[in-house]
Write a protein that binds this ligand. Structure first.
Ligand SMILES: [Zn+2]
Length: 453
């Protein structure tokens, strides 16, 4: 035995018994359940879980525990992105060879450093994703907690129109092939199955209803939930009738109607709006001042920011023949989130970040919260969607709210997001499974850098 090892063993033995117990005191607590925030809260964390939480006068503080003063801070659950991607972009570009373990781990770290403590990578994954997920669940890897839909079921020469390798997506030609692809996916025990039902502004053939019907049925037979990319109201209705568990984008061609709302409520279908998908097609060209935000700069290489600032980029955006359609799709989507939310449909939260260079992991999630509020949700309602709502969609009963027995996944903020939802960006610390993660952009730099309107 070396001297240093003996010394460190001696140190370990000298630790107080409650070294693993951390007490957080004095914060305003938004617990993710939607109930009014609790002032001067105490949170006791033991072994990465919440052992006790409540008002200071009611929670007993264990002796010998490490204490952290959070007076003046707000605590909310970690953000859960129920529609994200990893391994599709490298060096500011989409590429078919971007899906490496190294890139996946770096992107999970980026999510976590922006307060996104869990992400569902919804399709276009190489099989290595399952190894990363399983190693992470054994405690061997850090980063945002990975949930995954594996490859997903797309359309031959159709959606998703993303440059990926053949082993990142299935494109079945027949019902039989679709069933075989779902079975192969199910053999990896994914957290979801992903489907793409869209013609991408009329550009591609759409998935045949017989294919998605069979895929949903086969997935459910194998105990796997299904989320679908969607655009049109009629497709949404058919998917919901077939039992899809989540619509992974907004309905964007027209206003939702009572028939869809009734079906979604009856079946408990989740809805994920992903507004940042639509705005990523034009926002930096419309509002280049957003590119000055240090909170954004932390998420992008400087050369990528330069690219978005260029006249070339603005010309490219202006020349997109679909631009007016995308703008109206976003407006429809914003109307529909408010309508579905107010009708009592289950709302989860996602961004589609990581799918292309303009959908920026970490930044997009805070932007999405802001857009949900712009769509008419109260800040508390947007936060509940991004925490409890997403956890319910994932079936992840161990997270989403800050209650006794749940994981200690929470954000410490230097501002109250109920006053201004953009205060979710004022990240002082991220606690993930009771482990502290430093924010990518600390509030000293990011606190005043709210996005201009
Ligand atoms: Zn996606």
């Amino acid at each position: 035995m070396t001297k240093t090892l003996i010394a460190s063993l001696a140190l370990l033995a000298a630790q107080p018994v409650l070294a693993d117990v951390i007490v957080f005191q004095g914060a305003r607590l938004i617990d993710g359940s939607g109930k009014a925030p609790l002032e001067n809260a105490v949170i006791v964390v033991d072994g990465g879980r919440i052992a006790a939480v409540g008002p200071a006068r009611k929670v007993q503080i264990p002796e010998g525990a490490r204490q952290i003063d959070l007076k003046g801070r707000t605590v909310m659950p970690g953000i859960i992105n129920a529609h994200g991607h990893v391994g599709l972009v490298a060096g500011g570009k989409n590429s078919a060879d971007a899906y490496t373990r190294e890139n996946v781990l770096a992107q999970l770290a980026q999510y976590e450093q922006y307060g996104v403590t869990a992400v569902l990578t919804l399709g276009l994954n190489r099989d290595l994703v399952y190894d990363v997920r399983d190693e992470q669940r054994r405690g061997a890897l850090g980063g945002a907690s990975l949930f995954t839909a594996g490859r997903g079921i797309g359309v031959p020469d159709g959606a998703p129109p993303v440059p990926v390798a053949p082993d990142q997506v299935y494109r079945p030609k027949t019902v039989e092939e679709a069933i075989a692809d779902v079975r192969e996916t199910a053999s990896h025990h994914p957290d979801f199955l992903k489907l793409w039902v869209d013609d991408v502004y009329g550009k591609f053939p759409k998935m045949q209803p017989a294919i998605f019907h069979a895929a949903i049925e086969e997935a459910h037979k194998n105990g796997v939930k299904v989320a679908s990319h969607v655009f049109y109201l009629e497709d949404a209705k058919e998917l919901v009738r077939d039992g899809v568990d989540a619509l992974a984008h907004s309905v964007r061609d027209q206003a939702v109607d009572a028939a869809l709302i009734d079906q979604m409520k009856q079946r408990g279908t989740f809805y994920v709006s992903t507004f940042t998908v639509d705005e990523s097609a034009f926002r930096f060209a419309d509002e280049p001042a957003l590119l000055d935000d240090p909170f954004l700069a932390g998420a992008l290489a400087p050369e990528v920011i330069q690219q978005f600032r260029s006249a070339e980029y603005r010309q490219k955006v202006a020349a997109d023949p679909n631009l007016p359609k995308i703008r109206s799709a976003l407006a429809n989507g914003m109307h529909n989130l408010k309508a579905l939310h107010d009708a009592g449909v289950h709302i989860a939260f996602g961004t589609d970040s990581g799918a292309n260079p303009a959908r920026i992991a970490g930044w997009a999630e805070h932007r999405e919260l802001e857009m949900m509020v712009a769509a008419g949700l109260k800040p508390m309602q947007a936060i509940v969607a991004a925490t409890r709502g997403s956890a319910q969609m994932l079936g992840a009963a161990d997270r989403g709210t800050l209650e006794k027995g749940k994981r200690a996944d929470f954000l410490v903020l230097a501002g109250n997001p109920l006053d201004d939802i953009r205060n979710t960006r004022k990240l002082v610390a991220i606690w993930h499974g009771g482990r502290e993660v430093k924010p990518r952009v600390p509030p000293a730099a990011g606190a005043t850098a709210s996005a201009p309107r």
